[in-house]
Design a binder for this molecule. Structure first.
Ligand SMILES: C[S@@+](CC[C@H](N)C(=O)[O-])C[C@H]1O[C@@H](n2cnc3c(N)ncnc32)[C@H](O)[C@@H]1O
Length: 260
């Protein structure tokens, strides 16, 4: 996909500097916005998709798609956990205060924020995201998004965003570096009801999990590897996963577990 970076119309100097810095970081062209419409600068520069640097966020806009960072359902999930709900995820992860989590498929970091809330400030949450645009938007959102309560902001600040494939990152890590390693790959049959994933989908890496990766993930964790999947997708059978939390009674999601 042909992507460049620009700003909102008539930007001030700090916005231009921010956009220019991100263009260098992502190695994509910076296009001066001036007072042109999106359609006009796309045509003039023959660009399919623009990364717009706005005052409070970064938006990746395609022809009929806009992807930007927001806390998504993380606050609802944290509330549900406090009320003793969302049990399949909690039971599958079995996290304790102070634990170290590797979220291999960071995306919008919705799940990572929830993990941070469980492991707390003495714990650690690292997230890998292979797509450089998603990684950049999420990193920026976690750092600058303000419309959340102070406690959620603390959990957002805990997340270390790494722009890398999980395959490469896991291979680079020593044994037992984390307590739990988590995967939430893009579902083979998409859940079109998920508005946030619909916006991310055109940019997300779609390849499925490999058994060899799960073996390496087991090596770098102390306790368990957890995989989120659609109920009945056949992925747990393909990957040889026998233990699973959640079923159609809890909704359409299940969590497969491989214990070390
Ligand atoms: C379903 S989304 C994850 C959503 C995430 N759990 C959340 O709470 O926002 C899957 C994400 O994993 C990323 N991904 C897929 N394969 C990857 C890989 N090999 N390494 C790192 N990230 C990967 C995709 O680009 C996508 O952003």
């Amino acid at each position: 996909m042909n992507i460049a970076i620009t700003t909102t119309r008539n930007p001030d100097e700090s916005l231009i500097n921010k956009a220019y810095g991100i263009s260098k970081e992502l190695d994509i062209p910076y296009v001066k916005r001036g007072n042109y419409s999106i359609k006009k600068i796309s045509e003039m520069n023959k660009i399919e998709c623009f990364l717009f640097v706005e005052k409070d966020k970064i938006v990746l806009k395609g022809e009929d798609n806009a992807f930007f960072w927001h806390p998504n359902t993380s606050e609802i999930k944290m509330k549900a956990i406090k009320e003793g709900l969302n049990q399949p995820m909690v039971e599958a992860m079995d996290l304790k205060s102070g634990d170290r989590v590797l979220d291999c498929t960071l995306g919008l970091a919705t799940d990572a924020i929830v993990f941070a809330s469980i492991v707390g400030e003495n714990g650690m949450v690292v997230g890998t995201e292979v797509n450089k645009y998603i990684a950049c938007i999420t990193k920026n959102g976690l750092k600058y998004y303000e419309d959340v309560d102070a406690q959620t902001k603390i959990f957002m600040d805990m997340i270390d965003v790494i722009n890398s494939s999980y395959e490469d990152y896991i291979l680079s890590m020593p044994d037992d570096s984390f307590d739990v390693v988590y995967f939430d790959p893009m579902f083979k049959i998409p859940n079109k009801k998920s508005v946030s994933i619909n916006a991310l989908r055109p940019f997300a890496h779609q390849e499925g999990l490999k058994k060899e990766t799960l073996m390496e993930a087991l090596r770098v964790c102390k306790n368990r590897v957890v995989i989120k999947e659609r109920v009945g997708s056949g992925e747990f059978e393909r990957l040889g996963i026998q233990k699973c939390y959640g079923n159609s009674k809890f909704g359409s999601i299940a969590y497969g577990v491989i214990e070390k």
